[in-house]
Every structure is written in C-alpha cells, then in structure tokens.
Design a protein around this ligand. Structure first.
Ligand code: AKB
Length: 317
C-alpha cells in the first residue's frame, strides 16, 4: 500500500468528506486527492474539479496524478433518482464504467465502489436479509446499484479487476449532510432536535431500517480496501450491518438528552421506498471474510451526534 496514490471521486458528499480525512491521516496528505464536480472545496489534501461522467477527464486525471486506487463515491441517491430517473441511471452507471475500464486497462490497481441496501426490494426477506437472496429492487437507484454489483463481479471474474464493495445502510454523521436519500431523516432529526426541539418526519414512526454511524462506515470502507485480495470472496458487494431503528426509537434515544423533544409524522413518497427495504441485515460473511466489526449502537451514536453538533452550533453562533 505504501506506493498507492488515491483519488476520491465524489469527495464532497456525506461519506467523502470524512473518508478523505481518514485516508489522509493514514496514508499521508501527499497520497490522497479529493475530487468532485464543485469548482472549489475545503480539504487538507489537493482538490481537483472532476466530472465523473467526463470519461476522458477522469482518465487524464488518473494518469496525470499517477493514481493507483479510486474510491468512487459519486452517485444520485434513492429519493432524488426517483425524481430524475434518466439522470440517476446515467450518473450511477456511466461513471462506474469510466472507472472500471481504467482498471481493466491496468491503469488503476484497485477500486472501491459502494452499493446499498437499496438493491433489495419488496420480495426480499425483510428481517436479517441474507447476503444472497431475492434481489428485485423497485427504485432507479436500487436497479443501478444491482446492475453495478453485477458489473463489478463481471469485471473481476473476466478481467481480474480488483474492485471491492459494500452495501451501505443509511449513514449518519455530524460532519456533513446527506443529500437526496431516503434515510436522510436520521441525520436531519439530530439537527432539528438541537435547533428547534421538534422534527417532522417523512417516514412513519415504525419504519425500521438498517443504519450505521459514519465512523463505522468509514472504517468498513478502509478495512475492505486494505484486506488481502484473497480475503475478498464476494466481488459484487458485501452486506454490512451495525444497527436498525425506526423514527420512534431514534426520537426516544434523543429524549434521553432532550427530554421534551417532539416528533410528528408526515410520510411522503420516501415512505414507499423505505417500506420496500430491509429492516435488518445479516452481515456474517463480511465479518468472517475480512473481519468487519462495528462500534456504535443507537444510544452511543445519539450521544456522540448531539455532543458534536452542539459544539458546532456553539462555534457558529
Ligand atoms: C439512500 O437513502 O438512498 C441511501 C442509501 C440507503 O443508500 N442512504
């Protein structure tokens, strides 16, 4: 790994913001480049404006900066992709090929590309959803992630491409905001708890979904990329899991800190998306194959979220 040069594509997003910091801490600031479609961004590592749909631009950036590993995080998430299906499909699929093909040519040595619990659909067993099961997604985002998983495995099996992937659950962190996902409520709720003491939730009270604190998600991402290649037995995408909760449960966890926190429910189109996703995930293969483990449960996450967001609010007052 010591000679790796890393490019994070989609670095300004929810995962990228934290992953870049962690990669730079671990491998050195001169080994990591952050990139996104924005003109400018605030990172402690060099930043490159890059449109992941610009095939030649991506290729040139990888060659010019002698990149060996790409973390390709750019995607349109579930709720936005339902509003813009064509664009969602184009962004999520074409960008993946732009990166996979560079590895097929031998220019890139390793790729991380996230899939999602969105690959699962209404016909999938909802509780402890196994690694291998019925996969019939009903959203554009889910279909694009399912197709992406198949392509990753195909590129690995046919051309030996070292691509690694995990199926992210809903991700929660205080350093950045999510955008366009169905699980975004689980971040917004903490911000609103501190800002106003009330939250209007776009999912029903009892909609349980698999979730993960960002530090665990970043750890999973870095762990799978550093595992010896022969430990990565699944080249489509691994189930990973940390906790499951519904909006009522997260509200109760917040009430341990803010006793009069109030929540109301006004489900919108995202309820249907969430209702077709698993409530919990079986991730035993990730735990066995490359030693995945998580640290945060709901209450530990709530404590950390509220503490850090409160500090941020104070600092910006
Ligand atoms: C979304 O809600 O779309 C994402 C996901 C589960 O992949 N957070």
């Amino acid at each position: 790994m010591s000679n790796s040069r890393i490019l994070v594509i989609g670095a300004c997003g929810q995962v990228g913001t934290e992953l870049v910091e962690n990669l730079a801490d671990k491998f050195g600031r001169d080994r990591v480049i952050a990139s996104d479609i924005r003109d400018e961004a605030n990172f402690d590592v060099p930043y490159l404006r890059l449109d992941v749909l610009d095939r030649n631009g991506v290729r040139q950036a990888v060659i010019d900066h002698e990149i060996t590993e790409v973390y390709h995080l750019a995607a349109m998430l579930s709720a936005t992709a339902e509003q813009k299906p064509d664009l969602g499909w184009q962004l999520n699929m074409d960008s993946l090929f732009n990166v996979l093909d560079l590895a097929k040519e031998g220019i890139l040595k390793k790729i991380f590309w996230p899939s999602s619990i969105a690959v699962f659909g209404p016909t999938t067993p909802r509780q402890s959803t196994p690694q291998r099961t019925i996969i019939e997604p009903t959203t554009v985002y889910g279909i694009s992630k399912q197709a992406g998983e198949r392509w990753c495995e195909y590129y690995h099996d046919r051309w030996g491409v070292d691509v690694r992937s995990i199926r992210y659950p809903g991700l929660i962190g205080w350093k950045s905001l999510p955008g366009g996902g169905t699980t975004d409520y689980a971040v917004d709720i903490y911000h609103q708890a501190l800002a106003s003491g009330n939250y209007e939730c776009f999912l029903n009270a009892d909609t349980s979904l698999p979730m993960m604190y960002m530090s665990d998600a970043v750890k999973a991402t870095m762990d799978i990329m550093q595992a010896p290649a022969d430990q990565i037995k699944i080249r489509s995408s691994y189930n990973i899991s940390a906790m499951s909760f519904n909006p009522d449960e997260v509200a109760n966890s917040i009430r341990d800190h803010i006793s009069d926190f109030g929540i109301t429910y006004k489900p919108d189109f995202r309820q249907e998306i969430a209702g077709n996703w698993p409530a919990s995930i079986d991730d035993q293969e990730a735990r066995q194959d490359w030693g995945w483990s998580h640290s945060y449960d709901l209450d530990a996450m709530t404590t950390d979220m509220l503490e850090n967001l409160a500090k941020l609010l104070k600092a910006t007052d």
